[in-house]
Ligand binder design. Structure first.
Ligand code: FMN
Length: 208
C-alpha cells in the first residue's frame, strides 16, 4: 500500500490551511493511499537546522541526525510515496514552524558537490499549499522559489495557493479596517469550496 505524509504548518486546526490539506489527503486516500498526518504545532519541541553537517558525513548522508520532535516526521517522509504539506503565509513567507521543518527536510539532501548536488535517491511527489490574506497572485515568486528547491531535492512539486482567506469568523469583533468581512465571507462561500475541490483533485493525482 502506498503511503502519503501530510504536514500541517498552521497552528489552527480546522482552518484554511488544514482544511485544504485534509481535502488533498482525502483525494490521495481515495486512490488507496494510507495517510500519516503531522501537525507541526503539536509536536514535541524541535529546532531548525543547527548546521552540524552530520547529514554530510558518510555514515548519515542525506539523513538529519538531530533527535527531537521532528524526527518522527522526517522518518515518516523517508520511505513515503508522497508528501502533502502546507502553511499560512506569515510576514511574506511560510510560517516559521514550517520553515524550521523545511530546513531539516531539504538540507540533508544537498551535497555541496557540484557534480551531484542532490543525494536523494527516493524522490517523491510533493503538493505544497499556502494560504494568505493577500490575493493568490501576491506571492508568485516566493512559491516559485519553494517549488524550484523542492523539485531539486525532494521531487516533482505542485503548488496550491488560497488567498484572501477568512481569517476570523466574525470580523465585527475587531476594529480591522484593512479587510471587508462581508467580502471574505462571500469568498469563503463562493471560491473556497472550489479550492477544496482542486485540493482533492491534486491529492487524487499525487501518485499518478
Ligand atoms: C503572524 C501572522 C502573520 C501574517 N502575515 C501575513 C502576510 O505577510 N501576508 C498575508 O497575505 N497574510 C498574512 N497573514 C494571514 C494568514 O496568512 C492567513 O490568514 C492564512 O490563511 C491563515 O491560515 P490558517 O487559517 O490556516 O491559520 C498573517 C497571519 C498571522 C497570524
Amino acid at each position: 500500500m502506498s503511503r502519503v505524509v501530510v504536514v500541517n504548518g498552521s497552528p489552527r486546526k480546522g482552518w484554511n490551511t488544514d482544511l485544504l490539506l485534509t481535502e488533498a489527503a482525502k483525494g490521495a486516500e481515495s486512490k488507496g493511499a494510507e495517510i500519516q498526518k503531522f501537525d507541526l504545532y503539536s509536536l514535541e519541541k524541535y529546532t531548525g537546522c543547527v548546521s552540524c553537517f552530520g547529514c554530510k558525513r558518510e555514515a548519515h548522508r542525506g539523513e538529519c541526525v538531530i533527535r527531537d520532535g521532528l524526527k518522527p516526521v522526517l522518518d515518516a517522509i523517508d520511505g513515503a510515496d508522497g508528501l502533502i504539506m502546507g502553511a499560512p503565509n506569515y510576514f511574506g513567507d511560510l510560517s516559521a514552524q514550517f520553515k524550521t521543518f523545511y530546513e531539516r527536510l531539504v538540507f540533508p539532501e544537498l551535497t555541496y558537490n557540484v557534480e551531484n548536488i542532490c543525494c536523494n535517491k527516493h524522490r517523491i511527489p510533493v503538493l505544497l499549499v499556502m494560504t494568505s490574506n493577500a490575493p493568490d497572485t501576491m506571492y508568485t515568486s516566493l512559491l516559485e522559489n519553494y517549488k524550484n528547491t523542492l523539485e531539486k531535492f525532494i521531487g516533482p512539486t505542485k503548488v496550491l495557493v488560497s488567498g484572501e482567506t477568512l481569517q476570523v469568523k466574525d470580523y465585527s469583533k475587531f476594529d480591522w479596517t484593512m479587510f471587508d468581512g462581508d467580502q471574505r465571507h462571500k469568498r469563503r462561500e463562493m471560491v473556497f469550496p472550489k479550492e477544496l475541490e482542486y485540493a482533492y483533485a491534486l491529492g487524487e493525482s499525487l501518485l499518478d
